[in-house]
Write a protein that binds this ligand. Structure first.
Ligand code: ACO
Length: 428
């Protein structure tokens, strides 16, 4: 008769243990009872980089990496990208259900009316060097917001938490646009409440001397879709940073700054920037075979390729590839697209990539769209951060309300020196 348990025999002692299996997992803490003697600490699980460890139960995002499925709260990503707005998706992630008309109206109103930031933040940004990376500015300014909202420390009050979540979703585009304008030496543009979330972001990025900025509706929609595609991705590096740092019960602005810092890395949110640099370096379709050879030799990586979870085509990359051509129809074709498409084709036919199940990920084509919109490469991860903010916050809120969660604190296997007496400087 089948039983939801795992029977383990410890060959050191000959003892047998029966561990419960729940949702296809065993609890690492159940291993602790497996000891060789009374003073043995007990068995631990060793899992560098969390390759096979669930850190939480979650009801937000479902991924089947082998089948290439991504769903937010049960809704397939391609349907959300086609039919919903980014704010509807943000609401869905935060509250578990799609909003009805009045809920959406109220949410949109709350977000729109929190887009301004304190003028001191503007002055703070002015203090950065003229060529400061916008992601560095974002990490610092998101963290700095915590000093403007000391009430955010009150994590036990659901209303207070909701206010900070609205503030964060609302202010990320403002901080991002300020960082961009600083880099360009342009005066900052204040938010325009008449525009949509994405339309207003374009306004804050690109408005020049015109009295009213009117976003191109195709670009506005494309940006909104890109935000949706980036909105959550379960327990990825930056979300784990959000949860891990947030588990110390720090305020959500500080936890989001940590998540942004994690996203900055080239193996995570920095990959879209790295993908464009790579396509520029390849330079021409005829140089692709040599680049593929170098990737196979381990000299370079194909940036925007491969994923810890997807061992199939990233469903977001499919939507983005289509979106890229819609944007190119408006603003002209990005010449790097031909290199990207050919690189993808050759890689997908090559044994090295086939065997390792390396497919284009969300970052392979997103940079091409951003570049065609006139955005410089170093702001790409900032755009990712704007899109990911509701996901980080939904995961943070879930963690705060999860009675099983405590401060995140992994164990280690100590392999260093045994105890030894201190040697004075004169004897070394
Ligand atoms: N190009 C060439 N080879 C690769 C690539 C790549 N992009 N990615 C993985 N490989 C190879 C590795 O060399 C390794 O080969 P080996 O078994 O012969 O040693 C094998 O595939 C497995 O790679 P790992 O690094 O073990 O896979 P992991 O799951 O740890 O890494 C990651 C996933 C970081 C995304 C990796 O594929 C990568 O570096 N990709 C490029 C960066 C990138 O696009 N990051 C964005 C990820 S999506 C996101 O954050 C939104």
């Amino acid at each position: 008769m089948s039983k939801d348990t795992l029977t383990v025999t410890d060959n050191r002692t000959g003892k047998t243990y029966e561990l419960p299996i729940e949702h296809g997992t065993v609890r690492a803490m159940d291993l602790r009872q497996i000891k060789t003697g009374a003073d043995d600490f007990g068995l631990m699980a060793y899992d560098p980089a969390f390759m096979n460890t669930a850190s939480t139960k979650s009801s937000i995002t479902f991924i089947d990496g082998d089948k290439g499925i991504l769903e937010y709260r049960g809704y397939p990503i391609d349907e959300l990208a086609e039919h919903a707005s980014f704010l509807e998706v943000s609401y869905l992630l935060l509250f578990g259900e799609l909003p009805n008309r009045s809920q959406l109206h109220e949410f949109q109103h709350a977000i729109t009316h929190h887009t301004m930031v304190h003028e001191n933040i503007r002055e703070f940004i002015d203090a950065f060097r003229y060529d400061a990376h916008p992601m560095g500015i974002l990490v610092s300014t998101v963290g700095a917001l915590s000093t403007f909202y000391p009430d955010a420390k009150n994590l036990d009050d659901a209303e207070v938490r909701r206010l900070q979540m609205n503030r964060l979703i609302a202010k990320m585009p403002t901080l991002a646009a300020y960082a961009y304008r600083h880099r360009r030496g342009l005066p900052i543009i204040y938010p325009d409440n008449d525009l949509s979330y994405s339309g207003n972001f374009l306004n804050m990025l690109f408005k020049m001397t015109e009295t009213k900025y009117t976003p191109n509706p195709v670009i506005e929609k494309a940006l909104d879709v890109l935000f949706i595609l980036h909105a959550d991705h379960e327990q990825n590096c930056s979300t784990s940073a959000m949860r891990g740092v947030g588990s110390s019960r720090v305020d959500p602005f500080s936890a989001t700054a940590a998540a942004c810092a994690a996203l900055y890395g080239p193996l995570h949110g920095g990959a879209n920037e790295a993908a464009i640099r790579m396509l520029n370096e390849i330079g021409s379709v005829r140089n692709i075979p040599d680049y593929i050879r170098r990737a196979k030799a381990g000299e370079v990586r194909l940036m925007g390729f491969g994923h810890r979870v997807y061992k199939n085509y990233d469903p977001r990359a499919k939507v983005i590839k289509k979106l890229a051509y819609q944007v190119f129809d408006q603003v002209g074709k990005n010449p790097l697209i031909d290199i990207a498409v050919e690189l993808e084709k050759i890689a997908l036919e090559d044994d090295y990539f086939v065997q390792r199940k390396l497919y284009p990920n969300v970052d392979f084509y997103s940079g091409l769209i951003y570049q065609s919109m006139g955005l410089p490469m170093d702001i790409f991860p900032v755009l990712f951060a704007i899109g990911r903010t509701p996901g980080w916050l939904a995961q943070w809120e879930e963690m705060i309300n999860d009675n099983e969660q405590k401060i995140a604190r992994p164990r280690q296997i100590y392999l260093g020196e045994g105890r030894r007496p201190f040697v004075p400087l004169s004897d070394r």
